[in-house]
Ligand binder design. Structure first.
Ligand SMILES: [Fe+2]
Length: 271
């Protein structure tokens, strides 16, 4: 009897560990910069790597639409250096009319050697491309700021220093009272982002550290962070700054995700 019980437990744990269905993860954030009754709902999509969920991306599109976002943040590696761009096109075509969209590049998009075309394609769906710059927009009658950094890979390809352009373009944000969001692909560069007066930074890139063990290990290995990454996924607090790291919506059968299903992130900001 015990033998069968243990076997059943092992089977159930294995199923849970290998579950790779598309999930929706919610975070809530409180800010004094909003007035009573005001709210912002941001949907964060990161690291799609052109994967297609369901016929013509309908599984991903329907889940994003269902969240009824005020703004959609695309945090890099939406396209890929190997997989064709069809998955990105299908996604953007399906969500282009529901909320304003903002995009920053990721390293794989630079590795493709086709970054200009990728950005032009993404832009053609009405997405605002952020390259070390910010936009002032109005969401639910509330002025907010959305900024974004181009992936640091661009410094290698274009021989420029994006820290300099961040310093130049983000310096004036200190005088602006609005709620400020920074979209930046790489979570491990949080020490750089902390220099600027943002309220919320959103990132991806770490893919949840690939392998997780609930309550024990939040990620085993992540690019640019190595083993046991500090910023594998989740919500981190740095004084007044909140950093939310998406575990990404990527799915690659050659790179199994353990207790780490692909996720769409929903962030609710209220007073
Ligand atoms: Fe990445």
């Amino acid at each position: 009897m015990w033998k069968y019980t243990i076997l059943l437990i092992v089977i159930l744990i294995t199923i849970a560990a290998l579950y790779n269905g598309l999930t929706v993860r919610h975070y809530s954030l409180i800010s004094d910069k909003l007035d009573d009754g005001q709210s912002i709902r941001a949907v964060l999509i990161s690291d799609l790597h052109n994967h297609i969920y369901g016929d013509n991306q309908k599984d991903l599109i329907s889940k994003v639409i269902k969240q009824n976002p005020d703004v959609i943040l695309l945090a890099g590696d939406i396209a890929d250096d190997v997989v064709p761009i069809e998955g990105t096109k299908l996604l953007l075509d399906g969500i282009k009319d529901i909320a304003p969209m903002f995009y920053v590049s990721g390293n794989h998009e630079y590795w493709s050697g086709d970054i200009e075309n990728i950005k032009e394609t993404i832009k053609s769906y009405g997405v605002t491309i952020l390259e070390d710059e910010y936009k002032e927009i109005v969401v639910n009658d509330m002025p907010i700021i959305i900024a974004g950094v181009d992936d640091p890979e661009w410094t290698r390809y274009e021989k420029k220093d994006n820290r300099k352009s961040m310093d130049k373009n983000f310096k004036e944000l200190a005088d602006k009272p609005q709620f400020k969001i920074l979209v930046a692909h790489r979570p491990e560069q949080i020490e750089t982002y902390k220099k600027y007066p943002f309220d919320l930074v959103v990132s991806g890139h770490a893919h949840g550290g690939q392998v997780r063990i609930p309550f024990v290990l939040n990620g085993m290995l992540a690019p640019n962070q190595g083993w046991f990454p500090k910023y594998a996924g989740g919500m981190y607090k740095h004084g007044n700054l909140t950093h939310i790291v998406s575990r990404g919506v990527s799915y690659n059968p050659r790179l199994p995700r353990i207790f780490n299903p692909p996720e769409i992130v929903v962030i609710d900001i209220t007073k």
